[in-house]
Design a protein around this ligand. Structure first.
Ligand code: SAH
Length: 397
């Protein structure tokens, strides 16, 4: 059989889907993504499809297929268990010259859905001569190749900056989007806590700026980083600013976004997996747990509690019963723990320190609020580390 490949513009066009089971559930997202006006006809729906209906993303007629359901449809997809019912839909669609995709019997269908992989604006669709597994296997090969190779991207004249979160340390914990942007970058400006393996994989012609090596004090260094981002982008470069964890959690990402905006440089943030949640998680500590903690608060401990520069209301935190996660807090941990105790948090509150979470250097110390500072010093724990205080610390044992 020889097929004619085609890409459909379904935005604003009615697509009828007959059947409300698991096959339909899997097919719906791509139709919605294409902007189709999806109408489902089925006596029952899966919970996921109900959720789409409730959110107003598609409409549902409860019942069995009726020919009038085809009114106004450009395309039909049938995914029902009953082959005879599918054949009836198919025949009615044929009569009205509406293409029909059939999950039960592809050979009887007038349209086939290909195996698909997407990267940004590019969609690769693979259609086979009969055995769909061949198409899927080839699609997987192409998807892997696309991940590893640079596509010749259509570049705009203007440069731009992406503020990308690299995740907590394990190179596999960067987002798919962050990873793809790294593959496209002309310039990468990287922080100290960024996973080295991600940088190791950069193409040789990428300009790598190590932000940790910029001399001068922290605030001048930040101005220098802002200047590098803006300069390179104004020179038309595709700039990735790679930052540990999430760019907007104590990462000064906001300042960099402002500096770019002020210079008229388009800037986009790509959130990352933050160490404030991931490091506890990988140490076996969920930051919330049913019946234990209904809140978690993330604070920076880089300024001691008594300092005039502190913006943290430590007394209020001491009164909370939920989880407290302290970043950049090792140096000031004795003062922080004392302050929480003085303001009323119990000395036997469970506490933990997670050093270099998600990396091969991960170390975990479990203690109590009363003893955690001394135990941390005795164990020789070093930054980067997060401190977790609260009853969630022992919940997973
Ligand atoms: N934007 C980052 C945080 C930057 S502040 C994020 O979202 O994770 C730097 C602090 O983050 C460190 O001092 C430490 O407290 C914490 N941190 C970063 N990576 C860490 C890791 N792998 N394990 C434990 N703590 C980490």
């Amino acid at each position: 059989m020889s097929l004619y490949p085609l890409a459909l513009r379904l935005d604003g066009r009615k697509v009828l889907v007959v059947g409300g089971g698991s096959v339909t559930t899997r097919r719906i997202p791509a139709l919605l993504d294409a902007g189709a006006q999806v109408r489902i006809v089925s006596p029952v729906l899966t919970p996921a499809l109900h959720a789409h209906v409730e959110a107003g993303r598609l409409t549902w007629r409860e019942g069995r297929f009726d020919e009038s359901d085809l009114d106004g449809a450009w395309l039909v997809q049938v995914a029902v268990d009953d082959a005879e019912a599918a054949a009836r839909v198919s025949a009615a669609a044929e009569e009205r010259r509406i293409f029909c995709v059939r999950a039960d019997d592809r050979t009887a269908a007038t349209a086939w859905t290909p195996a698909v992989t997407r990267q940004g604006q590019i969609t690769v669709a693979v259609t086979d001569g009969g055995d769909r597994r061949n198409a899927m296997a080839l699609r997987d090969l192409i998807a892997a190749a696309l991940t590893n190779h640079e596509l010749p991207v259509a570049r705009t004249e203007q440069g731009q900056v992406f503020l990308v979160g690299s995740g907590p340390g394990d190179p596999e914990l960067i987002t798919v989007k962050g990873r793809r942007l790294l593959d496209r970058a002309d310039v990468v400006v990287a922080d100290r806590l960024v996973p080295g393996m991600l940088l190791d994989e950069l193409r040789p012609n990428v300009e790598l700026v190590d932000a940790a090596k910029i001399p001068y004090g922290p605030s001048v260094a930040q101005e220098e980083i802002n200047r590098i981002l803006v300069d390179r982008a104004l020179a038309g470069k595709f700039v990735v600013r790679l930052k540990g964890g999430d760019p907007y959690v104590f990462g000064r990402g906001g300042e960099e976004a402002l500096a770019c905006a002020k210079a008229g440089v388009p800037v986009t943030v790509v959130p990352g997996v933050t160490s404030s949640i991931a490091a506890p998680a990988l140490a076996g500590i969920p930051v919330t747990h049913r019946g234990v903690a209904h809140e978690f608060t993330v604070v920076s401990g880089h300024v001691p509690p008594e300092s005039d520069l502190s913006l943290v209301d430590w007394s209020a935190l001491a009164r909370l019963r939920g989880t407290l996660v302290i970043l950049m807090g090792l140096k000031n941990l004795p003062k922080i723990a004392d302050r929480l105790l003085a303001d009323g948090r119990a000395a036997d509150t469970p506490a933990a320190v997670v050093q270099e979470g998600s990396t091969t250097g991960q170390r975990v110390l479990r203690s109590t609020l009363g003893e955690v500072a001394a135990a941390t010093a005795a164990a020789g724990l070093r930054p980067p580390a997060v401190v977790v205080v609260g009853d969630v610390v022992p919940v997973l044992g």
